[in-house]
Design a protein. Structure first.
Lengths: 158, 803
């Protein structure tokens, strides 16, 4: 009985997959991508230090959430540290990041954004020159965080 | 501030006085009604029997073999013309008299001569038995033969007139009209089940079928200590007797609290006991004992140890500390002689309502306080059947027992300003300030409460059997118990605070922490016992091996720490800050909240020799304990206490009892030696293998002498004068697992002198007459060492009457 149910569901799933594929094929015209759901990426964060060295940390989680206003996203950088000397890790929220999209990628941009960290605005780490790209499940970010140049590259967690 | 605290003290004392007054009023009313109503029914019974039984009590006062008890029973038989088998030995069918075990039996005369007012004062009188006098009447930490526990389950079981005291908090009660105290040393788990790995204490009060009359006494001593006691025992008819007794005791105390300038250990206690015995027929009897008691006291006179000089300062704390307890005990025993068997049963119920207030930092600073209110219902039932013919070659007893207790405990911890700043914020801000100089986290509240509500149900059932086979001069004994115990804990701990990070936040934000859940424990145990004895004339040799079991339990006292840590993590999480080297470790509640049972094997061998007036007893014991439960203080700045299973422990030692009576002189000596060490104990930070088990005295010593001067016939001044003097000693006692701190052996001189004339006696007594300087308790809190000093010299006079 259990197997029968499983097969039944499997058949249903395959049918839906085929239908979706054809539906997607029909819609594949050059419509731009649109962010409709949250996505969390895991990857490497690199921060150029003032002394010329580079500080990297891996498995850093970055969450992208579509904002209420169309065309904007919020970037949450979770438990990040910008220096080996930093005794704490912070959650940092970058709001009002503009995004544009094509049928193949999403481009992020922003400037002079005061991030939210430690319960409020954190002007010491004001974000400038933010650029980014989401393409094929990969997120690449580049920005100045206060006086620290910062890059991030991560893949979407499914 | 001090004014405010003083007012709190006054309010507390005033509120708690009402129940004591109510008890005294009730007692007086009952005595009055009792005399009025019953005297009309049987006025001729108003007679003081200077009975054979009383003589038997005299004889029995130094008896440790059980023989005097049998003489007493025979005396009872002669006096009331009732088969003694029907009115004695309700507890386990009277097996206490028959058990091959190390028993110390202290009778009324010795209790009165040595001015014993509570169980802890029998320390050293019973060898290797030690109950340190510290804290409050809630803290009854009993140590026997190297086994003991500061909190939670005790190592001894206690029965008073058959009522099973399932809660250790009730062990320390005021003695009045106690007929005898039997202490069975070594595991008694086969017959008595859980929490008897150290032994069993069986306390019986005066029976109204043995003694009739009125007893009253008043006493006064230093520390403004006042005692009053009154009781009346009466036979209603040939087959029934009732008694009503009560007491009141108060003291200003002996330890000064430097903060308030008052004594911190003031005390008030009162109680009533009503006992009724009815021999319905030669085959059926009932015994009912009902008592109410009230305790209201200050307490916890712990003094900080000066780290430079090592001197113990006076207690010096600012927050309300004390303990109050209301207890109702009801025990109903019954015995039925069947054709070939005797069936006995004991049904008992105990209600406990207590409240402990404690300044947990014991300093003048306002760190945090605990108010722990407990409300417990405990019910137990025991049935024993055994053959009627006690002279058969093969005797046995079989029993079934069960118990249930439900405890509701509300234990809110109030964090005050100093505690918030130094215990909570200091750690958090230390990490932040290194990154953001000048910025900090603030908490809006000047105080907040960590609420903790615990509901615990514990239940158990057991089947047991013990056989006795007599072959010539040999007596073999073997038994086993199948014991099940289950328990469940429901916990709900919560707190809410408002915090602010100065760098980024302009308004305080609320963070709430809730820890809720439940845990369960179940155990099934087999507890065997085997013993053999050989009796030849005045000599007796015995050996026994038995397995003991002490129940596992829950570390409820750790919840304040668990929640405090969780709250910090929640606040940091809410803030989006993650400390990489956090001093706030997240407890796994399931891991720290429960602890396992403790098991031990006890092997002992001994001999006794009773030629004439001499009684000599020598016992050797060797106990191997697995998973011994020990109290440890969690590391860091936490202040909670938790029980852990400390690994393996071995305890061996010896006990010597000597008593001698010739003419008017009576000598007694009891000595106990214990060598209790950890065989294996690593608490994660240190390895304590080979170290002595803390809080256990290596030696207990009691040596006493009574001398009675009998007046010549017709003396106008006195009938007799009784002089008593004794020395009690304890130590060495290690205070911690690393054995770096200890209390060396110390001794105390005690004595009394009483003059008797007719039914009246006047007694002068003294304890610790040389004002020995010693400590009774040590603990570590927030990096500070605290000790409680032993009580200084106490003395007083008592006027007693029997009519």
């Amino acid at each position: 009985m259990k197997n029968l149910f499983f097969l039944k569901n499997k058949s249903l799933f395959l049918a839906l997959l085929v239908t979706s594929f054809f539906a997607a094929s029909c819609e594949k015209e050059d419509k731009p991508l649109k962010l409709t759901e949250d996505g969390t990426y895991s990857g490497q964060l690199a921060v150029d230090q003032l002394d010329g060295t580079n500080y990297t940390s891996s498995n850093v989680l970055v969450k992208l959430t579509p904002a209420a206003t169309d065309g904007y996203v919020t970037i949450d950088m979770l438990q990040v540290s910008f220096s080996s000397k930093m005794p704490v890790k912070l959650d940092m929220k970058i709001q009002n990041v503009l995004y544009t999209s094509t049928s193949e990628k999403i481009t992020l941009s922003g400037n002079n954004i005061i991030p939210i960290a430690m319960g409020g605005e954190f002007p010491a780490y004001t974000i400038t020159n933010l650029t980014g790209e989401i393409k094929n499940g990969t997120l690449n970010l580049s920005m100045m965080c206060g006086s620290y140049p910062l890059t991030y590259s991560g893949t979407l967690l499914l | 501030m001090s004014m405010h605290i003083q007012n709190e003290w006054d309010t507390f004392a005033a509120v708690m006085n009402y129940p004591i007054r109510a008890i005294i009023l009730t007692l007086l009313t009952c005595v009055s009604l009792f005399n009025t109503v019953l005297a009309q029914k049987s006025p001729t019974d108003l007679h003081f029997y200077t009975t054979v039984a009383e003589s038997a009590v005299e004889l029995a006062s130094n008896d440790t073999t059980g023989r005097a008890s049998k003489r007493l029973a025979r005396a009872e038989e002669r006096k009331i013309v009732i088969n003694p088998a029907i009115i004695t030995g309700y507890l386990k069918g009277g097996v206490v008299d028959e058990q091959v075990a190390s028993i110390t039996r202290v009778f009324m005369q010795r209790l009165e001569t040595e001015s014993v007012t509570a169980l802890k004062e029998l320390s050293a009188t019973v060898p290797n038995f030690y109950i340190p006098d510290y804290g409050s009447k809630m803290t009854s930490s009993v140590y026997v033969r190297g086994l003991g526990a500061r909190i939670d389950n005790p190592v001894v079981g206690m029965y008073v007139d058959g009522v099973s005291f399932l809660n250790k908090n009730n062990f320390d009660f005021d003695f009045y009209d106690i007929r005898s105290v039997d202490v069975l040393r070594g595991p008694q788990s086969t017959l008595f089940g859980r929490n008897t790995i150290g032994g069993v204490i069986n306390i019986t009060t005066i029976s109204p079928l043995v003694y009739q009359g009125t007893r009253a006494s008043v006493g006064y001593g230093n520390g403004n200590t006042f005692t009053a006691q009154a009781s009346h025992y009466r036979r209603i008819n040939g087959r029934a007797g009732v008694s009503l007794s009560g007491y009141y005791r108060s003291s200003d105390g002996f330890y000064k609290n430097d903060y308030s300038g008052d004594k911190s250990d003031w005390y008030k206690g009162a109680g009533i006991r009503i006992r009724g015995q009815w021999v319905k027929s030669d085959n059926l009897s009932f015994d009912n004992s009902f008592s109410i008691s009230w305790v209201d006291q200050g307490g916890f006179p712990y003094g900080k140890v000066d780290t430079l000089t090592g001197e113990v300062q006076n207690s010096n704390y600012n927050d309300l500390s004390g303990y109050s307890r209301f207890t109702i005990s009801e025990g109903f025993s019954y015995k039925r002689l069947l054709d070939k068997h005797v069936l006995t049963g004991v049904t008992s119920y105990q209600y406990t309502d207590d409240c402990m207030n404690m300044d947990q930092d014991f300093t003048p600073d306002s760190y945090f306080t605990l108010k722990q209110s407990q409300n417990e219902h405990a019910l137990s039932q025991d049935f024993v059947i055994k053959p009627k013919d006690g002279n058969r070659e093969w005797r046995w007893l079989s029993g079934v027992s069960g118990f249930f207790k439900y405890l509701k405990m509300d234990a809110p911890v109030t964090f005050k300003r100093d505690g918030i700043d130094r215990l909570i914020l200091a750690g958090a801000n230390k990490g932040l300030s290194s990154v953001f100089p000048g910025e900090e986290i603030k908490i809006e509240e000047n105080s907040f409460v960590i609420g903790s509500l615990f509901k615990t149900a514990i239940y158990g059932a057991a089947l047991y059997h013990q056989s006795y086979l007599k072959r010539g001069k040999w007596l073999f004994e073997a038994g086993a118990r199948l014991d099940y115990e289950g328990s469940g804990l429901e916990y709900d701990s919560n707190a809410a605070i408002h915090y602010l990070f100065t760098m980024t936040m302009s308004k305080y934000r609320e963070v709430k922490t809730i820890i809720k859940g439940n845990e369960r424990l179940n155990y099934l145990e087999i507890l065997p016992r085997a013993a053999a004895s050989y009796t030849s004339g005045q000599k007796r040799f015995f050996a026994s091996v038995s397995r003991g079991y002490k129940a596992g339990g829950y570390n409820t006292q750790l919840f304040s720490d668990i929640l405090q840590n969780q709250m910090m993590l929640d606040m940091m999480d809410d803030l989006g800050v993650h400390l990489s080297n956090s001093s706030y470790s997240l407890y796994s509640v399931a891991d720290v909240i429960t602890y396992k049972p403790e098991y031990c094997w006890n092997m002992e061998a001994g001999a006794s020799y009773n030629p004439g007036n001499l009684n000599l007893e020598l016992t050797f014991f060797d106990i191997l304990c697995n998973d011994q439960q020990l109290t440890v203080f969690p590391s860091g700045s936490s202040t909670g206490r938790m029980m852990t299973n400390a690994g393996k422990t071995r305890s061996y030692g010896t006990e010597v009892v000597i008593s001698y009576k010739k003419g008017n002189l009576r000598l007694s000596g009891e000595y106990g030696y214990t060598n209790a060490r950890f065989l294996k104990y690593d608490n994660g930070h240190s390895d304590f293998s080979g170290k002595y088990v803390p809080y256990v005295p290596q030696h207990t010593l009691s040596a006493g002498s009574d001398y009675t001067v009998i007046a010549k016939r017709g003396s106008r001044f006195f009938d007799k004068i009784l002089l008593h003097i004794d020395v009690k000693g304890f130590g060495k006692i290690y205070w911690n697992e690393s054995n770096s701190l200890d209390q060396p052996f110390y001794s105390m001189l005690n004595g009394s002198l009483s003059i008797h004339k007719g039914g009246v006696s006047l007694e002068a007594w003294g304890k610790n007459l040389t004002s020995s300087d010693y400590n009774t308790f040590y603990f570590l809190s927030m990096g500070n060492s605290f000790l409680q000093k032993g009580k200084p010299m106490q003395f007083g006079i008592s006027l007693k009457t029997n009519f």
